[in-house]
Design a protein around this ligand. Structure first.
Ligand SMILES: Cc1ncc(COP(=O)(O)O)c(C=O)c1O
Length: 464
């Protein structure tokens, strides 16, 4: 690159990129972040977008340190992956010890104990009393793909029902089950056939313009009409739902909804798949979110916080369904890799030993109390909702019209980052601040982070 080009780019960034300017002023030379950004832009595909310019050097508990040495409070937990915080010691040690012994053998060819031990553990802690079995994969999407395959084999039916506002992944089947067009589906069709969408229990923006509890739960009642007008229930293999919809905006359904779905499924011979990829492992105050409603799913998908950041996912379900596929029908090269399985075992032990389910409830209560109080004096906050430590703040331009405030939400995220708190947004209109605080956060960190969040919301709202 000619010297002139380098200088031009440098001046450009100095004039227009606030972060670059700050880092330059601090260091007096092009920062490590700037150098990495430049390399990233040249080497990494544009579709792999970044919501911040932060390059992480290391992280511990609820604190991320970037390559400039600046610390951030992590209020997004690697998007729900780090319920146990960054680099918990027992997990790191177990991975290191396993790395010395065995990295890979392919479980379908030569087996190893951690795979079996983690399957036993998941079978034991999965909701409900039915005998369970487990299989492992690598990502949340892959777990959902496998759950659909298992449900189809078990029922000998093919139709799958999913819900508006759902997010189940980025592969073709999971994208088809997903219900947010941009950026997840736009330009990627055609999608998998035999997938049917129904309205979800998004009470703040009810599809039927009703309000709970006087609504009579149209979202459940609708199924009778749906099975008459859209598709015969006898054709449907499974219904898949996130007990609390995550990417769709942290939507907590009313008490009757999930038990109601379960009884519809039971009466029609449809399997209920709980997608616990984001809600699992203590996040909502229970090990799995669906336990908050006392519902036993037929199949359950898990990933994210299962192994503290080591790639792993699982399908756990009633043995009769899990055993439906024939030998070799399911699996994959890396699924249930030894490193991931020991990480999973130690992660679950860490959650249990440190009582992180009750800590999630505590974090949730404290956070809810503060945010509800803020809502009283800040009209931009349309709704605050959540379960345990999975909390969403829906921002609106007007409380009456509920017009989504996407730009305002972006500003809040930006102001938080500037003050050292990292968090992200969600929602089909991208107007929900989502809080996924690591469950190992200290009280001081929680208070500090919430103060930054409150100030950022007030500042952004005042500028509107
Ligand atoms: C509920 C749910 N299901 C599936 C997925 C897909 O997981 P992955 O990104 O690991 O494929 C996600 C990811 O955010 C999720 O939240």
């Amino acid at each position: 690159m000619a010297l002139n080009d380098i200088l031009q780019g440098w001046i450009q960034r100095f004039l227009f990129d606030h972060d670059a300017r700050e880092v330059f002023i601090m260091s007096g030379t092009e920062s490590k972040t700037q150098q990495l950004l430049q390399r990233k832009n040249q080497a990494v595909a544009r579709g792999i977008a970044n919501s911040t310019n932060v390059f992480v050097e290391k992280a511990s508990g609820a604190v991320i340190t970037d390559v400039e040495g600046k610390e951030f409070l992590d209020f997004y937990a690697g998007v729900g992956v780090l319920n146990v915080g960054h680099c918990p010691e027992p997990v790191v040690k177990a991975v290191q010890q396993q790395a010395d012994k065995l990295l890979h053998s392919f479980f379908a060819i030569a087996m190893y104990e951690p795979y079996v031990a983690l399957a036993e553990k998941l079978n034991a802690i999965a909701p409900g009393s039915a005998v369970k079995k487990t299989m492992f994969a690598n990502s949340g999407a892959e777990a959902v793909e496998n759950a659909v395959k298992i449900a189809r084999h078990a029922t000998k039916k093919t139709g799958i029902i999913s819900f508006e506002c759902a997010f189940h992944g980025r592969t073709f089947m999971t994208m088809s089950l997903t219900s947010k067009v941009k950026p997840y589906k736009y330009g990627f069709g055609p999608f998998a056939p035999d997938v049917y969408k129904v309205p979800s229990a998004y009470c703040y923006r009810c599809h039927y313009r009703s309000s709970y509890p006087g609504c009579g739960l149209h979202c459940l009642e609708n199924f009778e009409r749906f099975f008459a007008a859209e598709i015969d229930a006898e054709h449907i293999a499974a219904m898949i739902i996130e007990p609390v919809q995550g990417e769709g905006g942290f939507l907590v359904p009313p008490p009757e909804f999930l038990p109601g779905l379960k009884s519809i499924c039971q009466s029609k011979g449809i399997l209920l798949i709980a997608d616990e990829v984001q809600t699992g492992f203590g996040r909502t105050g229970k090990m799995f979110a669906i336990e908050n409603w006392g519902v036993e799913p037929d199949l359950m998908t898990t990933a994210k916080s299962i192994a503290a950041g080591v790639p792993l996912s699982a399908v756990t379900g009633k043995a009769e369904y899990m055993d439906a596929p024939d030998a070799g029908n399911i699996g994959g090269t890396y699924g249930g890799n030894p490193l991931a399985c020991v990480a999973g075992l130690e992660t679950i032990k860490f959650i249990e030993d440190n009582h992180l389910c009750s800590r999630a409830a505590e974090i949730g209560q404290k956070t809810m109390t503060r945010l509800k109080a803020l809502q009283e004096r800040c009209p931009a906050i349309g709704d605050v909702r959540g379960l345990g430590a999975m909390i969403g703040i829906e921002l609106v331009k007007d409380r009456e019209t509920k017009e989504p405030a996407k730009e305002l939400t972006g500003k809040v995220v930006k102001y938080c980052l500037e003050q050292g708190v990292m968090l992200i947004s969600a929602g089909i209109f991208s107007n929900v601040i989502r809080l996924l605080i690591p469950l190992v956060v200290t009280d001081e960190q929680l208070d500090r982070g919430l103060t930054v969040l409150e100030q950022s919301i007030l500042r952004a709202a005042a500028e509107e």
